[in-house]
Design a protein around this ligand. Structure first.
Ligand code: CU
Ligand code: CU
Length: 288
């Protein structure tokens, strides 16, 4: 039977504790850092050569769907009552609201070095030393809302603009496309500075600290954010029945995107799955 993923603001005290404990256990075993490493490895951008799977590509959604599923599977091996909750940042918009509480993810970083000092993932607690990073930082960092140059989380209206796009993605299937649900949700925009960070990307910016780069998985809010992004894919499918993942077929030899993006029936590295097989996961989990 399918299990459920819940709104993080609806978790009971016991559910929060079990989720946190499963994460800490995974970290202690060294498995959590393998997820961090994988995300750093798959952080290929438009400007680089080779296949783009996780970002700036149509498979942004199925790649992260599979990634969250794998983490969730690992957590459920530890405690089968645990699922990944989602953070609806259109509603939970403050640095003082859930999930930034001491019984869940802890709060903001302190002003001078952004170090998170509260909650179970604070460095001083001794259970969350960062070992895989794009810098030499060893502690979890955050700068919620960006104290020196404040930005807001994306709004419901911005999210709706993505959900209302009736096309999944369009050529050239990268960070420059201005049409299609995928990039409107992933959030690579035109212009300079904070205006160019939209929706999914803007949330990474708003949290700040380790959430800014390839090592963003080091902040457990990564999973809550990506569960909510994953939920948007399901909502988009419900809004546009029968509309599918694009591209359906691989770009042909001689075109700029040849061997750079994953088509609907191609394998999505590093796994043996296709975007097609990840479009409907309702038999595995559903959102409440
Ligand atoms: Cu990612
Ligand atoms: Cu992300």
């Amino acid at each position: 039977m399918a299990y459920t993923r819940k709104d993080v603001s609806a978790l009971t005290a016991g559910e929060k504790r079990r989720f946190v404990n499963a994460l800490l256990d995974l970290k202690r075993r060294g498995e959590y850092d393998e997820f961090v490493r994988m995300h750093i490895e798959y952080y290929t951008s438009d400007g680089e050569n080779g296949l783009r799977t996780a970002h700036m590509a149509p498979s942004f959604l199925p790649w992260h769907r599979k990634f969250v599923l794998e983490l969730e599977r690992a957590l459920r091996r530890i405690d089968d009552a645990v699922t990944v909750p989602y953070w609806d940042w259109t509603r939970l918009r403050s640095a003082r609201s859930v999930p930034w509480s001491d019984d869940l993810l802890g709060g903001n970083g302190r002003s001078w070095d952004q170090q998170v000092t509260t909650g179970p993932f604070a460095y001083r607690q001794g259970h969350w030393t960062i070992r895989e990073n794009v810098t030499d930082g060893r502690f979890l960092t955050r700068d919620l809302g960006r104290a020196r140059d404040p930005i807001d989380l994306p709004t419901r209206a911005e999210l709706d603009a993505a959900l209302n796009d009736p096309v999944y993605d369009v050529a050239p299937w990268d960070s420059t496309v201005t049409r299609g649900f995928r990039n409107k949700l992933e959030g690579w925009g035109t212009g300079r500075g904070s205006a160019s960070w939209r929706t999914h990307n803007r949330v990474h910016r708003w949290v700040g600290g380790v959430m800014l780069g390839g090592a963003s998985v080091n902040d457990p809010v990564f999973w809550l954010h990506h569960a909510f992004i994953d939920l948007q894919w399901t909502r988009w499918q419900q809004r546009h029945p029968g509309v599918r993942y694009q591209p359906e077929r691989p770009p042909t030899p001689g075109t700029a995107q040849y061997r750079r993006v994953v088509a609907r029936h191609e394998k999505l590295p590093p796994w043996d799955v296709t975007p097609d097989s990840l479009e409907d996961v309702s038999r595995i989990y559903r959102y409440v």
